[in-house]
Design a protein around this ligand. Sequence first.
Ligand SMILES: C[S@@+](CC[C@H](N)C(=O)[O-])C[C@H]1O[C@@H](n2cnc3c(N)ncnc32)[C@H](O)[C@@H]1O
Length: 256
Amino acid sequence: MLLYLARTTYHCWAHLAEAVREGRSQYLKAFGVPSEELFTAIYRSEDERLQFMRGLQDVWGVDGRSVLSAFDLSSFPVICDLGGCSGALAKECVSLYPGCRVTVFDIPEVVQTAKMHFPLPEGARIRFCEGDFFKDPLPEADLYILARILHDWRDEKCAHLLERVYRACKPGGGVLVVEGLLDADGRGPLTAQLWSLNMLVQTEGRERTPAQYCELLGAAGFGTVCCRRTRGLYHAVLATRGPPAPCSPRSLVPFN
Ligand SMILES: C[S@@+](CC[C@H](N)C(=O)[O-])C[C@H]1O[C@@H](n2cnc3c(N)ncnc32)[C@H](O)[C@@H]1O
């Protein structure tokens, strides 16, 4: 991740002032690549894609268990990790929940790179599936995971994606959103604020507060939304498709 930050993100930060004024990614100035198609810019070469995937996977060996155990997910035997990249979080998931199997869904180039460079152990109960989560049918699952996905996109795209996930969910099914959370007033923690600036210079997204995730998930139709902070860098928001509880349509639990 440090290599990726040094070779890519840092060059975008050189244009921080313009990023703040324009409110947009600085790929064009930093690398001469237009960023209307976000991941076409991020994956502008095979080397860059591999570097990105290597950088991203490492954190789940450290923080994967804490986000996956923030809630007991054992009642969801079929899981789909949308934008699951190299399958690093999926590996933690099958090791923590021996009864589950996981489909890692990502764009075709990423799936092909994953199969070539990040082989799965024999009998891993993980399979890859190629597709575009904004357009293609989503694989059937009891639980969808969106780890570090929503922070890439502006609110309207998140709303569109969450509506698709909601429609794919069975009653009682749900979505686990894994992100670095801002404090309720947006004034900390410093790591999440810095990530939010990374998102500004590199993507069209931002980090959000628990209430902002609850709002997005509620608007997509999820009846119950529960947010738990872990002791690690990333936190978990579980939303389920089902009737809202009579008195508290959306419960917000700020700390474990
Ligand atoms: C910031 S990365 C997060 C990866 C992984 N979930 C993690 O936390 O390590 C975003 C992922 O979303 C994938 N992605 C972006 N646009 C997508 C789309 N339209 N359909 C499917 N996957 C997409 C990217 O290829 C990438 O793997």
